[in-house]
Design a protein around this ligand. Structure first.
Ligand SMILES: Nc1nc2c(c(=O)[nH]1)N(C=O)[C@@H](CNc1ccc(C(=O)N[C@@H](CCC(=O)O)C(=O)O)cc1)CN2
Ligand SMILES: Nc1nc2c(ncn2[C@@H]2O[C@H](COP(=O)(O)OP(=O)(O)OP(=O)(O)O)[C@@H](O)[C@H]2O)c(=O)[nH]1
Ligand SMILES: [Mg+2]
Length: 460
């Protein structure tokens, strides 16, 4: 109920100096309180009209001149009456305006994400779109912006709805049959097929969680390999600046270095690591231990091989990466003698997404830059496979968890459709529906909403 919620106030812009700063009010008393700060605005302002107004303190003294906007419920972001005071972007001035609004007993400060939470509670957007708002604010690559924008326009919402609606129909059908057993004939067989199809759909959506994670937090890629292979030189090339120290002394890199880049819009954190070798000094050994630790946590390990590396050595370095996918690269390809090596003879194991590039071993020279563009493309191919990052449905860990529970319930429903009663099938379908409702927001607890909106910033 919109009328039951008290009016909230917060700064909608960051608390730093800027061209414009916005104080936002939402709730039944937004207009009256807003007009205390901007008494020149008419008592019944035209909604969505920008009034140029003087903002005043408690004694009527001018604090600023700015724009006053009124959105009449329900045609606003929150679905409630909303007022915006768009002032000059002085943090101190904005705090004065906010404090003045909060002096009114009808107004309280907004909790993190409360404006968006109200938009959700008032049916202005489903939960996936509300979460996309937070994704958009947090996005730090072009792919993350585009994927969040797709979420805001309802890409994930419609995928979830496409699952939730037929599931709800199935549930209603099953309950109908259970209540009117005369019509139960053949319902078992049909239910099994419908459950199986919906389970496959839930699993397909779940499978996009990996890509969602990649877009959201960016990909992590480590260059590794034997000492002196040219890793740091290649790292500097890929990053586009001389970040890492390069020297012909083996064991130059002791500590992992990291740099953030953006390739085809995808955020990538690139790591340069200490070269691997037996019996190093104590400090270097610590660096090598860090390399092993890092390799376990990245999305892709790029093994840089020097021209003199044997295939047996290469095999053992590939094993160092454990379960992490490895892209094998022939380094220093400008060196005479390196050309003779039979590319493609050895290809790393290809766990995870295959891109049809396995067996192709990129040849690069960090020194001359030869092959570096092709390597970048291979890395993106291995990380991303086909498709564009912007088309991804941003399935978060939270969504994945709920989808997994929905798929598991459907699995049990499928088994029950063969071996058990329709009651059991219907019960499991009901559970799947509940889990899906946590994604769309049709069945969420206050506690879950608290957890979701706590991660928003104040004023959002
Ligand atoms: N100044 C300002 N800029 C902003 C926001 C804001 O609240 N204030 N937004 C906040 O995050 C975003 C815009 N989101 C908005 C979404 C819906 C409505 C709105 O008034 N919706 C009505 C009317 C729709 C229409 O006329 O087309 C509605 O849905 O009924 C306003 C802002 C980004 N920019
Ligand atoms: N010809 C040639 N020399 C290279 C190339 N890349 C690196 N080098 C040289 O090889 C030596 C080692 O290069 P680094 O980039 O420091 O090698 P690294 O793998 O980071 O070495 P560590 O950090 O000691 O494990 C330096 O003398 C580089 O100039 C290359 O592509 N071609
Ligand atoms: Mg190095």
């Amino acid at each position: 109920m919109t009328s039951a919620s008290p009016t909230i106030a917060a700064l909608a812009t960051a608390p730093t100096a800027g061209a414009v700063g916005i104080l936002r009010l939402s709730g039944p008393d937004a207009l009256e309180v807003g007009r205390l700060l901007a008494p020149g605005v008419p008592a019944e302002p035209t909604p969505r009209h920008a009034y140029l107004a003087t903002f005043v303190d408690a004694h009527g003294r001018a604090l600023d001149e700015g724009l006053f906007l009124y959105f009449r419920a329900p045609a606003s972001f929150t679905g409630e009456d909303v007022v915006e005071l768009q002032a000059h972007g002085s943090p101190r001035l904005l705090r004065l305006l906010l404090a003045r609004a909060l002096e009114d007993a009808r107004v309280r400060p907004a909790a993190p994400g409360e404006f968006t939470r109200r938009a959700f509670l008032n049916g202005r957007m489903d939960l996936t779109r509300a979460e996309a708002v937070a994704d958009l604010v947090a996005a730090d690559s072009e792919a993350a912006v585009r994927a969040a924008a797709a979420g805001l326009s309802g890409v994930l919402a419609s995928r979830v709805r496409g699952l939730e609606e037929p599931l709800r129909e199935l549930h209603a059908d099953l309950e109908g049959v259970l209540n009117f057993p005369d019509e139960a004939e053949g319902a078992d067989a049909e239910a099994g097929a419908r459950v199986a199809a919906l389970k496959a759909q839930a699993e397909a959506l779940l499978a996009e969680a990996g890509r969602g994670r990649l877009v959201r937090r960016g990909a992590r890629v480590a260059l590794y390999g034997p000492v002196n292979a040219g890793k740091s030189t290649l790292f500097n090339r890929l990053v586009g600046e001389a970040r890492a120290i390069v020297d012909d002394e083996p064991g130059t890199t002791r500590d992992a270095l990291e740099a953030k880049v953006e390739w085809d819009g995808l955020g990538v954190t690139l790591f340069d690591t200490a070269g691997l070798r037996e019996a190093p000094g104590r400090i270097e050994a610590l660096g090598i231990a860090r390399t092993r630790e890092l390799l376990a946590g990245v999305d892709l390990a790029v093994l840089v091989l020097p021209p003199e590396a044997t295939e047996a050595e290469a095999e053992s370095w590939i094993r160092e990466a454990g379960a992490t996918p490895v892209l094998v690269v022939d380094g220093k390809c400008d060196v005479t003698g390196a050309q003779g090596r039979d590319a493609g003879e050895l290809s790393g194991p290809v766990p995870g997404g295959s891109s049809g590039m396995e067996g192709l071993r990129p040849r690069v020279s960090g020194l001359t830059g030869a092959g570096v563009e092709a390597l970048r493309a291979s890395m993106l191919g291995r990380l991303w496979g086909g498709g564009t990052p912007s088309a991804v449905a941003l399935v978060s860990e939270r969504h994945a968890d709920a989808l997994r529970r929905a798929a598991e319930a459907l699995s049990r429903a499928e088994a029950a459709s063969r071996a058990s009663t329709l009651e059991v099938v219907s019960g499991e379908v009901g559970l799947a529906l509940e889990s899906l409702g946590e994604v769309s927001g049709t069945s969420v607890s206050e506690a879950l909403l608290d957890a979701i909106f706590q991660r928003f910033c104040i004023g959002k």
